[in-house]
Write a protein that binds this ligand. Structure first.
Ligand code: BTN
Length: 238
């Protein structure tokens, strides 16, 4: 296998969190190492939230990157991984959208989320990128607070996807996207075609805004009563 990301893959039936595992091993593992498990007891999401990690229902994996890029570029790296995931799903005939900055949406609901965490070791950036993707959940598997916002491949396609095959395809596409990112940056043309938030009315920091797209430097363009500006992070509610 020629790829960097996933050239070595570790498997566990259960872990607290694949991100936590990889962060702890970052000093001893090579770039591209990947870990996945059947279920997580403390799967974590962005903004301190938990990530629902039911046994046999989802794909939970993390991989380690050691990119020679400035710290400001690291959020773009996560966006490039999202592009890779979306392209992998396209190759299976599943037409997803990317919700800036780190979510993959299918038919208006969240299918997958990405959490990147940074650890500096001996002056070198170690970025652990964790991906959770809902595969075989039924509607009733989701708790009430997310049941109308989350979805799975089974719910949307009626198909039961093989976890191992899916991981392999995702790693291939993410690997390609990472190589592209390191030389050319994020595939902006693709990203802008898949921009889930484009044109939507949303709330940002408690104010009404309209999403005007994603700029070439990967910030989100929002319009409020002061005009259009780019934002680098923060939660968008819609
Ligand atoms: C989000 O949308 O909030 C990000 C979710 C990221 C979840 C994945 S599951 C595998 C990896 N390990 C974790 O603890 N979190 C990420």
């Amino acid at each position: 296998m020629n790829r960097l990301i996933g050239k070595e893959v570790f498997y566990f039936e259960s872990l607290d969190s694949t991100n936590e595992y990889m962060l702890n091993k970052a000093g001893t593992l090579d770039e591209g190492s990947c870990v996945f498990c059947d279920f997580q007891t403390k799967g974590r999401g962005r903004q301190g939230r938990d990530w629902l990690s039911l046994s046999g229902k989802g794909l939970y994996f993390s991989f380690l990157l050691k990119p020679s890029i400035s710290l400001e570029e690291i959020p773009k790296l996560t966006i490039a991984v999202g592009v890779g995931i979306s392209k992998a799903l396209d190759s299976l005939g599943i037409n997803t959208m990317i919700k800036w900055p780190n979510d993959i949406y299918l038919n208006g609901k969240k299918l997958s989320g990405i959490l990147s965490e940074l650890k500096i070791l001996d002056g070198e950036a170690n970025v652990v990128v964790g991906v959770g993707l809902n595969i075989a959940h039924d509607r009733s598997d989701f708790p009430d607070d997310i049941s109308n916002k989350a979805t799975s491949l089974l719910i949307e396609t009626g198909e039961n996807f093989n976890k191992g095959n899916l991981l392999d395809i995702l790693l291939d596409f993410i690997d390609r996207e990472y190589t592209y990112f390191l030389t050319k940056g994020v595939d902006f043309d693709y990203l802008s075609k898949k921009d889930f938030l484009f044109g939507k009315k949303a709330r940002y920091l408690g104010k009404d805004v309209i999403i005007r797209g994603i700029s070439k430097d990967c910030s989100l363009l929002i319009e409020d009563d002061r005009g259009v500006r780019g934002i680098e992070g923060g939660e968008i509610e819609f």
